[in-house]
Structures are given as structure tokens and as C-alpha cells.
Design a protein around this ligand. Structure first.
Ligand SMILES: C[S@@+](CC[C@H](N)C(=O)[O-])C[C@H]1O[C@@H](n2cnc3c(N)ncnc32)[C@H](O)[C@@H]1O
Length: 203
């Protein structure tokens, strides 16, 4: 009789950031370019840097020097700093700094955990950035967006980003929205936008 997964489950579906890593990880092969649009504490940048391998590269953005410093420290600890270009820039200027097509672009929206809650992503610049991200994706590539509707600006972002995604042309993009259905108080959500290629065309 099977009583459980040996060693525990690989990921918990309630951990939306783990789910985002899982999905992003499926799309990354060694040598590709990727973007972390919100570096924060550096967890996503380190994840991407590991995945792209020594021949790949990550462009990692944040508006706060504190976040850039945390991320650099974390990369240095893992000896991954050469794989990453850290940019203290607003991701609304994504296209200016990313030189070529990318396989994965990650957005983990909101504010820096433990930092200044007033410095948070906002729907207008986030959507401006996502529009550029769509243009940068390789066929089959994905944009992953973790939304945090539990705070005011996060709720506003969800309110604007979901309709923005809905109107994207389904002949060019597949879009998935993962939500925890049995939780109150606006839990985080994941959106995955995949640029269609012949290989990924669904129904
Ligand atoms: C939830 S944190 C990101 C967590 C991070 N991905 C990690 O793995 O630790 C959100 C980050 O977005 C940054 N941010 C807010 N507005 C931004 C913008 N317009 N462009 C780039 N980064 C922004 C904040 O400074 C904050 O560090």
C-alpha cells in the first residue's frame, strides 16, 4: 500500500514561488538567457543562475540598492555572480537592458520582505514591463508572475493584470492562472504566460 510520497512531495502546491520555480525550470536549458524582473532577496536570481549554467546569463532588476546588495551577496556565496548582470533599474525599461531573446522572465511582485513596504511594484509599470517582456520571449518561453493581492497595491495589480492577460491573443499566447481555492484573505496567485511555438500549440 502506498502511504505517502517517499521523502515527502517535491514541492507544495501552496508555495506559489516554488510552483513558479518548477514551471520556469521546465523551460530552461543550459546556455539560455533569462530575466528576474524583481530581484528582491535574490532567491529567484540564484535559482535562474543555477539553471542557465555557465554559458547562460541572467539579467536581474530591482529599484532598490538594498535588494541588489542582498542578491549579489547570495550569488557570491554560491559562486554564481559571473552569470548575472545586476541592474538597479526599474523593470519598465526592460527592453533597454536585455540584449537578446530570453527563455524565462520572472516577476515576483510586491515589496521587499522585511524592507520598505512603500517601495512596491505598481500595476502601470508592471504592465508596461510585461508588454516588453512579451516581445523578448523566444517561442515556447514563459513569463511567470507571482501576484500578492493581500495588500492594496497588490490587489490593484491583480485587478489590472488579469484583464490585461485575458485580452492577449490566444493564437500567440497560452495563459495559466493558478489560485488556491480553499483559502481566505487573498492568497498569492501565479500567472504563467507562454509564447506559443509549433511544439506548444494546445487545443
Ligand atoms: C517580493 S520582492 C521580490 C522577491 C525576489 N524575487 C526574491 O526571490 O527574493 C519585490 C521586489 O520588487 C522590487 N520592485 C518594486 N518595484 C519595482 C520596479 N518597478 N522595477 C524593479 N523592481 C521593483 C522591490 O524593490 C522588491 O525588492
Amino acid at each position: 500500500m502506498i502511504t505517502g510520497l517517499r521523502g515527502g512531495p517535491l514541492i507544495s502546491v501552496t508555495r506559489i514561488t516554488e510552483l513558479a520555480h518548477f514551471m520556469a525550470g521546465l523551460m530552461i536549458t543550459e546556455g539560455v538567457l533569462t530575466v528576474d524582473a524583481t530581484a528582491g532577496n535574490g532567491y529567484d536570481t540564484v535559482f535562474l543562475a543555477e539553471k542557465v549554467g555557465p554559458e547562460g546569463h541572467v539579467y536581474s532588476f530591482d529599484v532598490q540598492q538594498e535588494a541588489i546588495d542582498y542578491t549579489y551577496k547570495r550569488l557570491k556565496q554560491e559562486n554564481l555572480e559571473k552569470r548575472v548582470t545586476l541592474l538597479r533599474k526599474n523593470h519598465e525599461y526592460l527592453q533597454q537592458y536585455v540584449p537578446d531573446r530570453v527563455a524565462v522572465i520572472m516577476y515576483n511582485l510586491g515589496y521587499l520582505p522585511g524592507g520598505d513596504r512603500h517601495i512596491t511594484t505598481k500595476y502601470d509599470t508592471t504592465i508596461k514591463s510585461i508588454k516588453q517582456a512579451l516581445g523578448l520571449l523566444i517561442p515556447g518561453g514563459i513569463i511567470s508572475i507571482v501576484l500578492y493581492p493581500g495588500h492594496r497595491e497588490g490587489a490593484e495589480e491583480k485587478e489590472k493584470i488579469i484583464p490585461f492577460c485575458r485580452q492577449l491573443d490566444s493564437s500567440h499566447y497560452e495563459i495559466l492562472n493558478s489560485r488556491l481555492l480553499n483559502r481566505d484573505q487573498n492568497p498569492p496567485e501565479l500567472i504563467i504566460i507562454q509564447k506559443k511555438s509549433k511544439m506548444t500549440a494546445g487545443f
